[in-house]
Design a protein around this ligand. Structure first.
Ligand SMILES: [Zn+2]
Ligand SMILES: [Zn+2]
Length: 127
C-alpha cells in the first residue's frame, strides 16, 4: 500500500516536472510565431508608410512643375533617380511630346502599354 502511494506521488511529480519543463518551450515556440507575425506586419506597415511618403513627395514635385510624368498614377522610378533625370524630377511627358518614346522610363513605358497614359501635351503611342 505504501509503495503504491510512493509510486503515485513519483508519477505526479514526474508529470508536473515534465509540464514545468515543457511550458517554457511552448512559450518560446509561441512567442516565435508571434514575433514572425509582428515582423511581417511591421514590414507591411513600413512599406505602406514609405510608399505613401514617396507618393506625397512625388505629388508635391508635380505641383511645383518638377515632375512631368506621363502616366497616372505617376511613376516612382524617376523620382528615385533610377532613370535619366536627377534630383527627383521627371520629364517623360516632355519626351512623349517630342516623340522620343524610347527614352521614357521603363515604368512609364509599362504604364503606357497598360493604357495609363495621361499626357496632355503629347500622344502616347502604344508600342
Ligand atoms: Zn512618366
Ligand atoms: Zn518615370
Amino acid at each position: 500500500m505504501r509503495t503504491k502511494l510512493i509510486i503515485f506521488i513519483l508519477i505526479i511529480l514526474t508529470v508536473v516536472g515534465v509540464a514545468a519543463f515543457l511550458v517554457p518551450i511552448r512559450n518560446i515556440f509561441l512567442s516565435g510565431l508571434v514575433a514572425t507575425r509582428t515582423d511581417k506586419n511591421s514590414f507591411e506597415e513600413k512599406r505602406e508608410q514609405i510608399l505613401s511618403e514617396l507618393h506625397l513627395a512625388i505629388e508635391e514635385a508635380e505641383e511645383i512643375g518638377k515632375y512631368k510624368c506621363c502616366i497616372e498614377p505617376l511613376c516612382t522610378m524617376c523620382y528615385l533617380g533610377d532613370w535619366i533625370w536627377k534630383d527627383g524630377t521627371c520629364d517623360c511627358d516632355g519626351l512623349i511630346a517630342r516623340g522620343e518614346w524610347d527614352r521614357v522610363c521603363p515604368q512609364c513605358q509599362r504604364g503606357i502599354e497598360e493604357g495609363r497614359c495621361k499626357s496632355e501635351i503629347g500622344t502616347c503611342s502604344v508600342q
